[in-house]
Design a binder for this molecule. Structure first.
Ligand code: NAP
Length: 490
């Protein structure tokens, strides 16, 4: 049995480097047996050189050929069977039901892109008929079509080892668009990445894709990621993860001699606005559902509701919610680093003079803090994302203060309004203000589920993402990796 985890460079496997690491079981902290060799710059260069050659062929394949490749990826992933589920569970600490569900989401997402490109309308062709008789000048025939950008580097997140990883939405939308992908594997789940990467490799071989259409490199630390982003053959970057990582890669990309787009999804605190009539009718059920949403996946969701915005007269609800959270277990974090940063975030809020803890535990646990608008605006650190089950409630004196607070909020992926029609009658100005801050507004739901469908926007103004004009979930994600070309007089 070969226990060396290698780079997948097109159809080859390589491991010329000298630095090794192993996957870690999230629950026990023990190392998994396979030893991964970190990629060298030469290997990363080879992956991009192959991707660039493959692009010449791949971009000219028919949509049907590319759809066939995508469907083969889905089949190969399913064919891995239970080993994939067990490996992803071990590396992430997420329960089997969640990972099995995530595999279903991943497969559905791949098939959605395959179906999407099977309809030629995806290229959004726009035609202006010629008007040869037009005076004073004739009008030429113009046809606009989308073409792929080129080799794309993708960074997956730690919190979705399948759906936002090797065969996640970023990789699949780039491949569907006609862009070869070089994937930087997340060091928190290298074994899972390796299994899925090999499935894509097999899918590419079986369907006759050019060598270099897909590569995967392993590394712990930032060097190789930075190398890939600054490489002249890279034409676009997609990233899901921390603000620090996304912003660092964005800065590298804009400083290049030839800048390239970076689509970084960096998470947010996802405000939930709660209103009186809704609380009067749904209070107890809402506290229950809210506590479940805060603790889902140990709170390790970029759409986790980390901020409640509530009127002072409704603050009683916070007591019920805190009581529910006190009963919730903490669970296993994805990595020791994420656990540590959750503890750090909790301690910062717990000892901050601007916040009051409403939950009982003095140690890091599912928790709720409260603060006022004045304190929150004077101490912006209390509104920083704490990745895990931790929420801060900002208590507003009246609707005017709520609107003023919203105007000061940084960009968010989502905002939720919990309101009855009688509440909504007064909320036009607030909702208009909220729409300026987010990519998705929900009414009477919870932001943690992100539907994969054409109308979805999983994005939002900076700093939730680096480009508010796009989405990283749903079929519209493909247009991050295309650009329009106008054919005149052809
Ligand atoms: P991360 O630390 O940003 O890492 C994501 C990927 O980017 C990894 O492959 C990482 O590789 C690479 N990377 C990060 N910074 C880099 C840099 N400066 N240069 C080159 N490569 C870089 O995200 P994470 O590991 O998923 O989670 C850490 C934190 O991110 C969490 O605590 C949470 O706050 C946030 N998060 C946000 C989301 C979201 O949906 N937006 C999802 C998950 C996590 P190396 O580690 O090898 O450098």
């Amino acid at each position: 049995m070969n226990l060396t985890g290698k780079q997948l460079i097109g159809f080859q496997k390589k491991a010329a480097g000298h630095r090794n690491f192993q996957g870690i079981q999230a629950a026990s902290g023990e190392a998994l047996p396979q030893v991964f060799v970190e990629a060298t710059a030469d290997e990363a260069n080879e992956a991009l050189t192959k991707a660039s050659s493959a692009f010449k062929v791949y971009r000219n394949l028919s949509d049907a050929d590319r759809a066939n490749f995508l469907n083969a990826i889905a089949e190969e992933i399913l064919a891995i069977g239970d080993v994939l589920i067990q490996t992803a569970c071990a590396e992430s600490g997420l329960p089997e039901a969640r990972i099995t569900g995530e595999r279903g989401r991943t497969i559905g997402q791949i098939q959605a892109f395959a179906n999407f490109i099977s309809n030629p309308s995806w290229k959004r062709e726009i035609m202006d008929e010629a008007m040869p008789e037009r005076k004073p000048l004739p009008k030429p025939k113009l046809v606009q079509k989308q073409i792929p950008l080129g080799p794309t580097v993708v960074f997956g997140a730690s919190n979705f080892p399948l759906a936002f990883s090797v065969a996640g939405g970023d990789t699949l939308s780039a491949l569907a668009a006609g862009c070869p992908v070089v994937f930087k594997a997340h060091p928190a789940h290298p074994n899972t990445c390796d299994l899925v990467g090999q499935a894509i490799q097999r899918g590419a071989q079986k369907t006759g894709m050019p060598d270099g259409t897909f590569s995967l490199v392993h590394a712990q630390g930032h060097e190789i990621g930075g190398y890939l982003v600054t490489h002249p053959l890279t034409k676009a970057v997609a990233f899901t993860g921390s603000y620090r990582g996304g912003k660092a890669l964005f800065d590298l990309a804009v400083r290049r001699e030839v800048p390239i787009p970076v689509y970084a999804e960096m998470g947010s605190i996802n405000p939930v606005y709660l209103f009186s009539d809704r609380l009067a009718t749904q209070g107890e059920a809402l506290a229950d559902a809210f506590s479940q949403s805060i603790c889902l996946g140990v709170g390790q969701f970029c759409t986790n509701p980390g901020l409640i915005v509530i009127l002072d007269k409704d603050r009683e609800f916070l007591t019920s919610l805190a009581a529910k959270l006190d009963q919730m277990p903490l669970g296993t974090f994805l990595t020791a680093g994420i656990k540590q940063s959750f503890e750090h975030g909790f301690n910062t809020l717990n000892h901050h003079p601007a916040t009051q803890r409403l939950t009982a535990s003095e140690n890091a646990a599912p928790s709720l803090f409260s603060t006022s608008v004045r304190e929150a605006l004077a101490n912006p650190e209390v509104l920083e994302e704490v990745f895990g089950p931790c929420t801060v409630a900002v208590v507003c004196q009246d609707l005017a203060e709520m609107i003023a607070f919203t105007e000061q909020l940084p960009g968010q992926l989502t905002a939720t309004i919990q309101a009855e029609p009688s509440d909504l009658a007064h909320l036009d100005v607030l909702i208009d203000e909220v729409s300026q801050k987010v990519g998705r507004i929900l009414l009477n739901g919870f932001p943690t589920g992100v539907e994969v469908s054409p109308a979805m926007v999983h994005g939002g103004p900076f700093p939730s993402t680096s480009d508010a004009r796009t989405t990283s979930v749903g079929t519209e994600a493909i247009y991050r990796f295309t650009r329009p070309v106008c054919w005149q007089n052809f």
